[in-house]
Design a protein. Structure first.
Length: 375
C-alpha cells in the first residue's frame, strides 16, 4: 500500500519522487518512488540524499546533551558564558510593542531554554508583530544556506534585537536551534560539522549525514523544488548550495542525509542512547516540556503537539497517526521523521518539494496515516 500512496502523488506531478521508510523493531520497509528530478534523469533509490531541513533539529539537540554529559555546562547553566552576546537581553514590553519599547529580561537565558525553544527568540504564529518582522531579516529562510553570514556576525545581529517574550515564558520556533549550533561549536572548540561527525555520525554509521555533498555523491543527491504558478520550479540543483560547507552550518536545518542515516539516529534514541547518550538524556529529549498554555499559544507550528528537546512530542491523539510520546518533526524541504518509544517504531518520509507551512504537504499526512495503519 505504501507504494500506491506515494505513487499517486508522483503521478499527479506534485512531487518528482520520494523515499519512505517504516521500521517496526528489526523489520524495515523502504519504498522509493519517482525520480531525483523532474527530467527523470535517475530513479529514486534507498540511498538517495536529501536536504533534511528541520529534521536536523533533533540531531543538534542530541549534540547539546552530549556536552551536558561531558560536563561542559548544565541544563540550567546561563548561556552567557558561551554566548556573551546574549548576556543582558532586553524584551519588548508586550509582543505587540515596537522594538524600541523594551524592558530588561527577568533572568538569564539558559541551556534548557534553548533546548525547549523558550529563550525568547523565534517565530510565533503571528508574523506581523514588529519584533518578528525584524527577526525575519536575521533568521532568514534556512533552506537558503548561502544567505547567512558567519555565525559570530549572525549572532551579533540577532543580539541587537530584543526578545519577544521573557526567557522561559513562551515557545517560539526555529531560532533556538541555530543558537544551539553556535553553543556546540564554542563550548566544544570544534566546528559544528566536525563535532557532529566525530560524536554522532561516525559512531552511528551515518555515512551520508553532512553539511555538504561532495562531487562523488552528487549522483545520489535529489534536486529540490518549490511549487510555482506553472508547477514545480527548481530551487536547488545537486551542484548548488550544498556543494561545500556554508559559512553558517545551521543547527536548525542545514544537514543532508538519507532515510537509513536518520533511522540509525532514531534507533540510538530508542536504545536509550546506545552508549552515546544516557537514558536520562533521551528521556528529556522525548518528553514534553511545555505547558498546555504554551502549546495553545502557537497553533501554527505545534498543532496541539508539545515539545521535547529538538522535536515535537505528541500529547494527545488528534490524528490517527498520533500516539502520546511520539517524537520527531517535519522539514521545510518536504521531509518528516518520527519515532514512537512505546512501540519502537520509526517513520521517515523524504521528498524534494518544499512545504508552504508547518503542517507539511498532503503527501506527508497520507504517509503518516499509512505508516500508522495496523499491519
Amino acid at each position: 500500500m505504501m507504494h500506491e500512496v506515494l505513487r499517486r502523488h508522483v503521478d499527479s506531478g506534485f512531487v518528482p519522487g520520494a523515499v519512505a521508510l517504516v521500521a517496526r523493531g528489526d523489520e524495515v520497509q523502504v519504498t522509493a518512488v519517482g525520480n531525483l528530478d523532474v527530467e527523470g534523469t535517475a530513479p529514486m533509490t534507498r540511498d538517495t540524499i536529501f536536504r533534511l531541513a528541520s529534521i536536523t533539529k533533533p540531531i543538534t539537540a542530541a549534540a547539546v546533551l552530549m556536552l551536558v554529559e561531558d560536563g561542559r555546562f548544565g541544563l540550567d547553566t546561563p548561556v552567557a558564558e558561551w554566548l556573551p552576546e546574549l548576556a543582558d537581553p532586553l524584551v519588548v514590553r508586550t509582543p505587540e510593542s515596537p522594538v524600541d519599547d523594551v524592558v530588561p529580561a527577568k533572568r538569564q537565558i539558559t541551556v534548557r531554554d534553548l533546548l525547549t525553544f523558550r529563550a525568547g527568540y523565534g517565530f510565533p504564529s503571528d508574523f506581523s508583530l514588529p519584533q518578528v518582522q525584524e527577526l525575519r531579516t536575521v533568521q532568514t529562510d534556512g533552506r537558503e544556506v548561502r544567505l547567512r553570514p558567519e555565525p559570530d556576525e549572525w549572532l551579533a545581529r540577532l543580539a541587537r534585537l530584543p526578545l519577544l517574550h521573557q526567557p522561559g515564558e513562551a515557545w517560539l520556533y526555529d531560532t533556538c536551534a541555530d543558537l544551539q549550533g553556535i553553543l556546540i561549536a564554542r563550548a566544544s572548540g570544534q566546528s559544528l560539522p566536525d563535532f557532529l561527525a566525530e560524536r554522532l555520525f561516525e559512531p552511528l554509521g551515518m555515512v551520508d549525514a553532512a553539511f555538504e555533498v561532495p562531487a562523488a555523491k552528487r549522483h545520489r543527491f535529489a534536486s529540490y523544488y518549490r511549487g510555482g504558478e506553472n508547477g514545480l520550479e527548481l530551487a536547488d540543483a545537486p551542484d548548488g548550495q550544498w556543494r561545500e560547507v556554508p559559512r553558517f552550518p545551521a543547527g536548525s536545518g542545514g544537514l543532508v542525509s538519507t532515510a537509513d542515516d536518520w533511522l540509525r539516529f532514531a534507533r540510538m534514541l530508542l536504545s536509550d542512547g546506545a552508549g552515546l547518550l544516557s537514558k536520562e538524556s533521551v528521556r528529556q529529549m522525548t518528553t514534553n516540556h511545555l505547558t498546555a498554555e504554551q502549546i495553545a499559544a502557537n497553533p501554527l507550528f505545534l498543532e496541539g503537539q508539545g515539545w521535547g528537546f529538538g522535536g515535537a512530542v505528541d500529547v494527545e491523539p488528534r490524528e490517527p497517526w498520533q500516539v502520546p510520546g511520539r517524537y520527531g518533526w517535519v522539514g521545510g524541504t518536504g521531509t518528516s521523521a518520527y519515532l514512537t518509544p512505546s512501540t519502537g517504531s520509526v517513520a521517515i518520509l523524504l521528498t524534494q518539494r518544499g512545504v508552504d507551512g508547518p503542517g507539511g504537504i498532503p503527501q506527508m499526512r497520507d504517509f503518516w496515516r499509512e505508516a500508522a495503519a495496523p499491519e
